[in-house]
Design a protein around this ligand. Structure first.
Ligand SMILES: Nc1ncnc2c1ncn2[C@@H]1O[C@H](COP(=O)(O)OP(=O)(O)OP(=O)(O)O)[C@@H](O)[C@H]1O
Length: 266
């Protein structure tokens, strides 16, 4: 379990990710309406809130899928709000999706390999002259992909097509895939959604193991039990704004948070 989570003021320094007064409008709707948050290196921070709160839009802004209408986004202290998604990946930011869509006919190993940051085999000219080097690099990538599959307990299925996987196993494959690019920070979208209880424990355990290796996480999750097991600190969003921030047990008791959830359910 986590000790009392430190607050941001305890440890000044460069945040792994930070947003400053970020706004995203779709026509007349402010899906994100002036959100400032920060995640320190090594933290697992939750991003929770009722349906339509703006959590997914926040991830889309952080990952570079959408540009903010205004405000700043920093990754490891560098403003990235004008950079495209692939540049942010190269800067060390990874993302998983709520509904993972692996290539169904490719093997698990091949699926994980698609996420390698540098595909040596794709640099055509140099490779014409050095085919041996390409083969060696591909072998190394395949080995790394298999090691990651072992790490998420899918090693026995490495050569199977991804279509054989259950929903929970797809979440584990998604974790291996995102780790292939060696991100410093991972945006994790609902790791518990649609996962049976047996695999949930394994997913929590693997996320904590990745975190123990120094990887930072921001996690969207509706399952509060999962949030309590993973996160030292959470931000609560409602109607595009930040409503509260604190330890999971603390915000769960917060009257405004409870009201926002009740309102969302109504
Ligand atoms: N591309 C878009 N065009 C127009 N409106 C959008 C778009 N994306 C999101 N919205 C609106 O922005 C608001 C926030 O949606 P968002 O999906 O970010 O919420 P959420 O907190 O992720 O919800 P959920 O928990 O249901 O996934 C909603 O009112 C949604 O309808």
């Amino acid at each position: 379990m986590h000790a009392a989570p430190p607050t941001l003021s305890d440890a000044p320094g460069t945040a792994a990710i930070e947003t400053r007064n970020v706004v995203k409008r779709f026509g007349g709707v402010a899906a994100v309406d002036g959100v400032s948050l920060a995640v320190r290196p090594g933290e697992i921070v939750g991003l929770i809130g009722p349906n339509g709160a703006g959590k997914t839009t926040m991830f889309d802004l952080l990952a570079g899928r959408h540009a903010p209408t205004s405000g700043e986004i920093l990754v490891a202290g560098r403003p990235v709000q004008h950079e495209q998604a692939h540049r942010r990946l190269a800067a060390g930011l990874g993302r998983t999706f709520q509904i993972p869509r692996p290539f169904p006919e490719m093997t698990l190993t091949e699926n994980v390999m698609t996420a390698a940051q540098r595909h040596v085999g794709e640099a055509i000219l140099p490779n014409l002259f050095r085919p041996g080097r390409v083969a060696a690099a591909e072998r190394a990538a395949a080995e790394r992909a298999r090691a990651l599959l072992d790490f998420v307990a899918l090693g026995h299925l490495a050569d199977q097509p991804a279509r054989v996987l259950s929903g929970g196993q797809r979440k584990l494959l998604e974790l291996a895939r995102v780790m292939m690019a060696e991100p410093a920070t991972i945006l994790l979208d609902e790791p518990a959604a649609g996962v049976n209880r047996t695999l949930l424990g394994l997913i929590v355990d693997r996320i904590l193991a990745v975190n123990a290796r120094g990887v930072t996480f921001l996690v969207i999750e509706h399952d509060m039990d999962m949030v309590a097991r993973l996160c030292g600190r959470v931000y609560v969003m409602a109607a595009g704004r930040l409503l509260a921030e604190g330890a999971p047990a603390e915000v769960a008791r917060d009257r405004r948070v409870v009201e926002a959830y009740l309102g969302g359910a109504a």
